[in-house]
Design a protein around this ligand. Structure first.
Ligand SMILES: NC(=O)c1ccc[n+]([C@@H]2O[C@H](COP(=O)([O-])OP(=O)(O)OC[C@H]3O[C@@H](n4cnc5c(N)ncnc54)[C@H](OP(=O)(O)O)[C@@H]3O)[C@@H](O)[C@H]2O)c1
Length: 288
């Protein structure tokens, strides 16, 4: 992914985000392999590697690559699924690679921050999740950083907030179906457009001396009601009603304002710096 030479990139757990990243890289002259179980779903520009990251024996001999992008997602919302995707998958891939890459770009999540008082959060903020999801994500990050230290490669974790974009329209759909609720008390939310996720990973692949961790969020944390009301008005729909989140949502929900200062200082320029530009573009492209 450096400007100077074409690199060899392995995208592990190559689904929506991985496929988009792979396509972008392949179209700019890099050689890209996509590893997943159902390789028939890979974009045509990628070289397929069929394998299951939770079953070491299923992996074929892997190519030597300069960059690994780890974009696997859990199959479901359970401790077992999270452990498999975010811990065991990392361990399996580290073992399967005969030569470590120069750089491992790792997709993480801002859900490791459980702050619920609307405080500003950055890369140095404490992470103390109690639920399995955050615990397994952090366990995978730690495993990766230990391996990077031991085997002498650079690991860069990007903790993305809620990803939206084409094909990722859950919030928009709930507004259109009249099923959204503006929470009371309101909660701070953070997000990033999927094209910026690709842009950020591409950028961090090229950066000469990246930091170990970045928050992958746009430039505007926003209260959930503000986003939902803006979307409804943009769609010419009535404001969603005010209501309480369910007990389960309340337990899982944080309220924090994630800062992308480190990413901006590294030179990344957002295509969609806030929810208005990102969702605005998405709504323009909605079928009539
Ligand atoms: N959704 C969000 O808002 C959000 C926010 C922050 C971070 N993230 C993170 O972003 C990353 C990418 O998400 P995404 O939307 O691109 O997910 P996705 O479309 O579901 O892609 C993940 C891919 O991983 C592959 N995979 C899962 N288990 C595997 C295994 N055992 N072996 C090999 N491949 C496996 C799956 O392909 P096969 O089934 O074919 O194997 C799947 O296509 C995930 O780490 C997710 O946690 C998402």
């Amino acid at each position: 992914m450096t400007e100077a030479r074409a690199t060899r990139v392995l995208i592990a757990g190559c689904g929506d985000l991985g496929g988009r990243l792979g396509t972008t890289l392949a179209r700019t002259g890099h050689r890209v392999w996509g590893l997943r179980r159902r390789v028939e779903n890979l974009p045509a520009e990628l070289e397929p590697i069929a394998g299951d990251l939770s079953a070491p024996d299923s992996l074929p001999s892997l190519p030597e690559v300069d960059i690994v992008a780890y974009t696997a997602a859990a199959d479901g919302f359970s401790d077992e699924a999270y452990r498999s995707a975010y811990v065991e998958g990392v361990r399996t891939l580290l073992t399967a690679l005969k030569r470590p890459p120069e750089r491992w770009l790792h997709v993480g999540s801002t859900s490791v921050y459980t702050q619920s008082d609307g405080v500003e959060v950055d890369e140095s903020s404490p992470t103390s999740p109690e639920q399995f999801a955050g615990l397994r994500l952090l366990e995978g990050e730690r495993l990766l950083f230990e391996a990077a230290e031991e085997r002498g490669f650079r690991a860069v974790v990007v903790r993305f907030a809620g990803i939206y974009g084409p094909g990722r329209t859950r919030l928009l759909d709930t507004i259109r179906q009249g099923q959204a609720t503006c929470f009371e008390p309101p909660v701070w939310t953070n997000r990033i457009h999927v094209e910026d996720c690709v842009g950020v990973l591409d950028h961090l692949g090229k950066l000469v001396t990246p930091e170990p961790i970045y928050l992958g969020v746009d430039s505007e944390p926003a209260l959930d009601g503000e986003v939902k009301r803006w979307l409804a008005r943009r769609l010419d729909l009535p404001d969603p009603p005010v209501g309480q989140p369910s007990e389960r949502a309340r337990r899982l929900r944080s309220s924090k304002r994630c800062s992308n200062r480190l990413l901006l200082d590294s030179g990344y320029e957002f295509r969609y710096p806030d929810f208005r530009t990102g969702y605005g573009a998405l709504i323009e492209d909605l079928p009539a």
